[in-house]
Write a protein that binds this ligand. Sequence first.
Ligand SMILES: NC(=O)c1ccc[n+]([C@@H]2O[C@H](COP(=O)([O-])OP(=O)(O)OC[C@H]3O[C@@H](n4cnc5c(N)ncnc54)[C@H](O)[C@@H]3O)[C@@H](O)[C@H]2O)c1
Length: 400
Amino acid sequence: MSTPLHTLRAGVIGTGFIGPVHIEALKRLGIQITAVCGSTASAEATARQWGIPEVYGNHNYRALVHSPNVDVVHITSPNKVHVEQSLAALAAGKHVVCEKPLGMNTRETARLVAAAAKSDRVFAVNYMCRFFPAILQMRAMVTRGDLGKIIHVQGHFFQDWLLKDTDYNWRLRASEGGKLRAVGDIGTHWIDAVSFILNARVNRVFATLETFHKTRQRPRAEVRTFARVDPAALIRYKVDTEDFGSVLLRFDRAKHGFADGVHANASISQVAAGWKCSLAVGIYGTQGSVQWDFQHPNEITLGRRDEPNQVLQRGTAGFSEDIAGFTDYPGGHPEGFPDSHKMHCRAVYEHIVNGGNAHPLFASAEDGHHEVGLCESILKSSRSGRWISIQPPLKVRPRS
Ligand SMILES: NC(=O)c1ccc[n+]([C@@H]2O[C@H](COP(=O)([O-])OP(=O)(O)OC[C@H]3O[C@@H](n4cnc5c(N)ncnc54)[C@H](O)[C@@H]3O)[C@@H](O)[C@H]2O)c1
């Protein structure tokens, strides 16, 4: 009999937009949340709302990772503290679920890959798009060869919440979020999802990046993600991250023959009016294609040249039986963004309590490091106007 997940206790660092998404996902799985950390006022409010007993204000994450009542640390703070907080959690003997991107640059994320490899704890990066049943279904179709040999992949990740020059978030500043913003923040979700579907790694990139608002205005204090900004009392600043990226990718080293040498192109934008959160992907093979959009997560469109196209819906005969393990509600009862976090957490916590698959489906520290490396290569390509080859995966000495 498998160990129930509620035997594990979680601590969450970060109480802004995504911290509560983790909390809600964990609560839905019956996992105990014993500690929370953030700014004092926000950590206290979050603890009151969710009934969390231990509160660490003033961003005192060290106290949280050393709490004897925490087994798994969720890091949902801004990017620039992910590596330091992950290293501290691993050193304290905790399992870690870290938000993406894993860190600010590959120099620091390489340290994390090494620390995770030496530890006997589970380390996951929250590229939770992998856990949408539609993405798993597309991966199964590619692996089985249902679409024939994959030729090319096309798509976008579009949002509009940073369209105006008065829209503000810490991500806009390279010192807070990393040198790449649109690509680092949402583009890596697209690349990770496509790599997961193809079961292949990006080998080369060519990119062009553009900052449409060279200067913007911002409030004097930080605001929560997606929060409306008061247009009074703003200060002007120079923007050092991109609003838009156009990226060409070449995938190699596929785990099977159907997805070797695939070309992909994606547009990434946080200034695309009308699009709130549209991660769209189309996979095109010699026998057919399949398309999906994050904003309509319960269905995929199957395209055939000589037969009618089909819309396949989650929870119906169109989705493979094994995909049903990643969905809790019957067809016609939509699941979406919060459910993908729940399924990601479930996969990680089941792995912690039951061990099992040596190659779990969730993203590892090495995967997170790879995405940060891709961002660096994308920036290099945009600056040089050249294709850039990606470094092979880090060789880390496994735990003895
Ligand atoms: N996987 C996803 O779908 C997804 C979605 C949104 C955000 N994210 C990631 O989650 C992270 C947080 O993003 P957000 O949108 O929630 O940001 P946010 O600004 O809304 O919230 C950040 C929180 O972290 C706290 N914080 C700031 N500095 C801290 C520190 N040193 N120690 C502890 N807490 C600190 C803030 O008080 C705030 O509560 C980012 O890395 C982002 O990329 C992931």
